[in-house]
Design a protein around this ligand. Structure first.
Ligand SMILES: Cc1cc2nc3c(=O)[nH]c(=O)nc-3n(C[C@H](O)[C@H](O)[C@H](O)COP(=O)(O)OP(=O)(O)OC[C@H]3O[C@@H](n4cnc5c(N)ncnc54)[C@H](O)[C@@H]3O)c2cc1C
Length: 141
């Protein structure tokens, strides 16, 4: 059964989910598909650090992100060489921080928020080709 949509997003990773959120904020509907199951996506360990800009973008989309409450803010790192520690003080140097918050936890937040917002989000669906990319109409998802 063909489905039409304004925007078809392939991949429910950080990029696809954030894009669907930003589109919804702009009043544009989309469908997100991912070949993996929700359980796989929410349990695959990958990235662990969110930069300040990312945390601020998530803040601007509502209060669903747990990065600030569950994550840990780091104001710098320490590099050890020549027998000594050398602190790189992010906060002092550039007035920025990073948050230790696992990617799969950020994805849990985004998925829950998108589903709560009525997002058409389909797991276990593989995109096999893109049709009509040059036309002004979206192909099938
Ligand atoms: C071990 C590891 C550690 C990392 N550490 C960090 C870190 O500390 N900080 C950091 O910023 N980044 C880190 N990264 C990078 C970060 O994980 C990626 O930049 C991020 O996942 C990219 O997001 P994405 O949404 O573009 O792609 P992905 O997360 O790869 O999502 C793409 C999605 O598309 C789906 N998909 C692909 N093809 C199809 C298809 N044909 N049909 C349907 N679905 C499809 C996939 O199943 C996947 O879920 C790390 C990555 C790895 C692997």
């Amino acid at each position: 059964m063909p489905t039409t949509t304004r925007v078809a997003i392939i991949g429910a990773g950080p990029a696809g989910l954030l894009l669907s959120h930003l589109l919804a904020e702009a009043g544009m509907e989309s469908i997100v598909i991912d070949q993996r199951t929700r359980e796989e996506i929410e349990s695959t360990i990958r990235a662990g650090i969110l930069e300040q800009g990312t945390v601020e973008v998530l803040d601007g989309l509502g209060d669903f992100s747990r990065a600030r409450t569950v994550g840990h803010r780091h104001d710098g790192i320490e590099l050890r060489f020549d027998g000594a520690g050398h602190r790189i003080d992010f906060a002092h140097l550039v007035d920025r921080s990073v948050w230790l918050y696992p990617q799969h936890e950020a994805l849990k937040d985004l998925i829950a928020a998108r589903l709560a917002g009525g997002q058409d989000l389909r797991f276990g669906v593989t995109a096999v080709r893109v049709e009509g990319a040059e036309s002004d109409r979206c192909g099938r998802a």
